[in-house]
Design a binder for this molecule. Structure first.
Ligand code: UDP
Ligand code: MG
Length: 316
């Protein structure tokens, strides 16, 4: 068996050597024990610190490690995609560079792969996270799951093992806006979920601000189906029904009691409410049109600046 480990890295100079060492410690032992080979593929996502020189150094001394360096920061989704396209393993593990995904769990992932699962995913608890964030995340997943077709679970992240079949299935989805949490779930396959303890990153800092989380959240809702459009449709229908009912009421009032000067309140309410609803719906429409815009451009997901790999990417 041949295992590929894909590690997206963005400004991870502080943890890279730690992760590299830890991975080797675990994998060397396990590979010997269970008789398999492995390769580590580090994707430098246009880091602005010393990540790339450190990677080059590590890969020069280590025949099992390879690196791909992007020409700029393309985001973790693109880094994972590049890793999948360039890895040759029979199964592929994707993990973060910051030691929040413990390398010690890889042997367990492989164990389940050998039992026949195509996807082995880890689910983390939220111990030690900020209360506010945990609550927000819970609420978000409630809303999202009621809105989209695939199922997203809180805590299920990007630390996972994919069989070659599952990886090929992912690569066959050529969309530009990649929301991989949803894609992983969309491709299906036999999936095993295992618990993982929540750990804080070993060094460096998270790249997620509240704003980027918000963007990611909207991406999750919009990128999977057109239910938000349908909601706009329903909203419009309800508004029309209400307006008709109100008009009828006014008409009856007019017939029974003659002309009645309508109040300022109702006029203003109608203008604001309808105006607001229209803007909201245009916003939703805009989100979809924006996505179509990016899809039709058919730009590549990433551009490789340099690499020490001498192969063409796996294409479907
Ligand atoms: N990452 C990346 N490109 C980015 C942002 C992050 O490749 O634009 C990598 C990062 O180096 C790390 C992983 O994605 O290995 C997860 O990032 P981070 O630890 O900041 O996210 P968190 O664990 O806080 O969700
Ligand atoms: Mg992290």
């Amino acid at each position: 068996m041949f295992l590929s480990v894909v590690i997206p890295c963005y400004n991870e100079e502080k943890v890279l050597p730690i992760t590299h060492r830890a991975l080797h410690e675990v994998l060397r032992k396990d590979a010997k024990l269970h008789n398999y080979d492995y390769q580590l593929i580090f994707i430098d996502d246009g880091s602005r610190d010393k990540t790339l020189p450190i990677l080059k150094e590590l890969c020069k001394e280590d025949p099992c490690s390879r690196y791909i360096s992007f020409s700029r920061n393309f985001g973790k989704e693109s880094a994972m995609l590049a890793g999948l396209e360039y890895s040759t393993g029979e199964c592929i593990v994707i993990m973060d560079a910051d030691m929040q995904h413990p390398p010690e769990m890889i042997p367990e992932l492989i164990k389940y792969y050998r039992e026949g699962y195509d996807q082995v995913v880890t689910k983390r608890t939220r111990d030690g996270d900020q209360k506010r964030r945990t609550l927000l995340a819970k609420l978000y997943y409630k809303i999202v799951n009621s809105l989209i077709d695939v199922r997203l679970d809180d805590g299920i992240g990007d630390f996972r093992l994919l069989s070659r079949n599952a990886a090929q299935a992912l690569l066959s989805l050529q969309e530009y806006n990649r929301f991989s949490k949803g894609l992983f779930s969309w491709i299906g396959f036999q999936t095993k979920v295992i618990e993982m303890k929540n750990t804080q990153r070993a060094a460096g800092e998270t790249k997620w601000s509240l704003r980027s989380l918000l963007h990611y959240g909207i991406e999750g809702i919009i990128s999977f189906n057109n239910k938000p459009l349908r909601i706009c449709f329903y909203l419009g229908t309800v508004l029309i029904l209400f307006s008709l009912a109100y008009l009828l009421f006014l008409l009856v009032n007019f017939i029974c009691h003659g002309v009645d000067t309508p109040g300022y309140f109702t006029t203003i309410t109608a203008i604001l409410l309808i105006g607001g609803t229209q803007l909201f719906c245009i916003g939703v429409l805009g989100e979809y049109i924006g996505r179509i815009y990016y899809e039709v451009k058919r730009r590549p997901h990433y551009i490789i600046g340099e690499t020490d790999l001498d192969m063409k990417p796996y294409k479907h």
